[in-house]
Design a protein around this ligand. Structure first.
Ligand SMILES: [Zn+2]
Ligand SMILES: [Zn+2]
Length: 294
């Protein structure tokens, strides 16, 4: 009996972490994108002010970035997140994926239209998802771990709590429900989207000119989103495209002089180590659900 339970748990662990169909090519690609981005950034702005140097300096904020990155690199966030959310989102994810899928993609035959539609719908979903993370007390407490970074190291992109990632994976289901397919399968789209996310969490403080003004989220625009200055709160939620912020009035013009300090007010993070911060973030979120005073 005990043996069966252990066997079941082990199989579940392997399937949730995808270790049972582990592919070196996926793992190498996962590592190659940030390593490549770190090298490119150091070439552009010089090693002395690069993310690479900040990571090697190993300050408390950079340590949290790095350990969160590891939870993603080894897919451990899945197991941690499912345990911390009591399997609820995982269960709902399975049910929805199995029973509620419109497969609209089957009715769109033009591959360019197919791709464009999924890209824009997916990015709009990311905008709404990000807005919602800031909207509710409990989700903001989870998302605070990302915002508690006091400096960008590129790996700040993946500085997120496992419970937040499970929640965001659940929201990611909605385009899938409508279309019945995801476009992550295109390798070059994956590389572009990931590299873009690493660069908007970089030390390159550029607004990217007209490109950052009207099309893509620039590093400076995302810096504004992470700014500690209250006038920047609730601005620039965009993920890949800046158009949603412009459409829904959350756009804030990027200006290097206006963003000097990153983080959250009275920042309780980056002082007691990664495990403390990870647990603290989760406890604060649960307290917020039940409205406990801490
Ligand atoms: Zn945010
Ligand atoms: Zn960010």
């Amino acid at each position: 009996m005990l043996n069966n339970i252990i066997q079941y748990c082990w199989q579940k662990f392997l399937s949730i972490t995808h270790y049972n169909h582990f592919q070196w090519s996926d793992f190498v690609l996962f590592l190659a994108v940030p390593i490549g981005c770190l090298i490119v950034e150091a070439f552009i702005i010089g090693y002395s002010s690069s993310s690479l140097k900040k990571l090697l300096t190993w300050n408390a904020s950079a340590q949290n970035d790095f350990f969160c990155f590891l939870t993603h690199a080894f897919n451990l966030y899945q197991i941690i997140g499912i345990a911390l959310t009591f399997g609820l989102f995982y269960f709902a994810y399975g049910v929805i994926q199995k029973h509620f899928c419109l497969h609209l993609i089957d009715y769109i035959t033009n591959p360019f239209l197919q791709f464009g539609l999924m890209l824009f719908v997916g990015d709009f979903k990311n905008y709404v998802r990000h807005y919602l993370l800031h909207r509710f007390g409990w989700s903001w407490e989870l998302h605070k771990l990302h915002h508690s970074a006091t400096d960008f190291t590129m790996l700040t992109y993946l500085r997120s709590h496992a419970a937040e990632t499970i929640l965001t994976n659940f929201i990611d289901l909605f385009p899938f429900i409508i279309f019945g397919a995801g476009f992550q399968s295109f390798v070059w789209v994956y590389v572009f989207r990931e590299a873009h996310q690493y660069f908007i969490h970089s030390q390159i403080k550029s607004d990217w000119g007209w490109l950052g003004k009207y099309i893509l989220v620039s590093p400076l625009a995302h810096r504004i989103h992470h700014s500690i200055n209250p006038v920047h709160y609730g601005k620039n939620f965009g993920n890949t495209f800046i158009i949603w912020d412009r459409l829904f009035g959350t756009y804030c013009e990027a200006n290097p002089e206006t963003v000097d300090v990153l983080g959250i007010p009275e920042n309780p993070y980056n002082q007691n180590g990664f495990l403390h911060d990870y647990l603290f973030c989760y406890v604060r979120s649960i307290q917020s659900v039940f409205n406990f005073k801490s």
